[in-house]
Write a protein that binds this ligand. Sequence first.
Ligand code: BMA
Length: 364
Amino acid sequence: MIKSIITALVMSSFVMTSYASDCQKSKKCNTTPAAQLESNLIKWQKKGYLVGHQDDPMYGTTWKYTPDMSDVKTVCGDYPALMGFDLGKIELGSDENLDGVPFNRMREEIVNQYNRGGAITLSWHPWNPVTGEKAWDNTGDAVAAILPGGAQHDKFCNWLDTVVQFIKSLKTADGTLVPVIFRPWHEMSGSWFWWGSKSCTVEQYKQLYKMTVQYMRDNNVDNVLYAFSPNMDPNDTETNFLKYYPGDDYVNIIGVDIYQFDKTGAEFSKNLNNELAMLTKVGKERNKIICLAETGYRNTPDSTWFTHILQPVIDKYPIAYMLLWRNAWDQPEENFGPAPDKSCAADFVKFYKAKKTLFIKDIK
Ligand code: BMA
């Protein structure tokens, strides 16, 4: 068990040297896996944006755990440049994540994606550490309980150990550490998670984020870039977006989670434009990579959604990547990516061929 001390420094206003400036200043830093991924993301962004899909090689609308299978690849002939996976339930010592994905398989697919030249992003839906229920149980003042001095702090450090161990175990056959984007504590501006707006104060949230990053640094995790992504707010402003922002020293990538809910897409397009314009500005001011951290239109009932609704907006902004949420094999309503059996398949091929959409063959 890795033991680490969460120092009072994290909780104070102590200012650390930012990761980006470390990299700019130090030649050694450029050799860390995280810094390499960061410079790749910056390089790829000059060509366009990585197209990503959550759990892409794990399952699709009609299949599960078939080697080398991918709904994206079946539709357009190439793997997504970015794959997302979720660590939820690793903290309980489970062999499978909250959606039944075995962690050993996840590790293999992360290494496969790295070997084919692609990028990886990890989210985390951990159980509520106070009530023992899922991440969506927003009761129990759980954030207060896991901060230093809280009744569940030691338990939570053990939870962080499981994340540290998994991320440190991401190695290719020759022992090369695989860099990943880690996006903890997402959608905090909503109220549905135990780390969300109704369950802790803004200050407690920031402490949680900083504590998480600091814990990983204390344990010498150097293959991680940290992403921060609130959920969409229809009237988002820079101030509002930065409300929960833990600070430039703790975040490499800023993004937003935004899904389409309206039938025509007019509302979605308006909100997406607003969010990405704001992110572009904040990213420039703070020298951060920007992304569309999660997106999709549940079931994609609009057969031209990719090229008529999504692409016209995202083409306009310097996002490094976008991530379509999962195609859940066991939940017919929970699919956001393309699939051969979906009416948006032909349109996704057009999206694939578009100039700025990057898949594996585009970034090799
Ligand atoms: C959510 C939903 C859940 C899933 C979770 C983690 O947005 O897709 O069904 O368990 O992500 O993948």
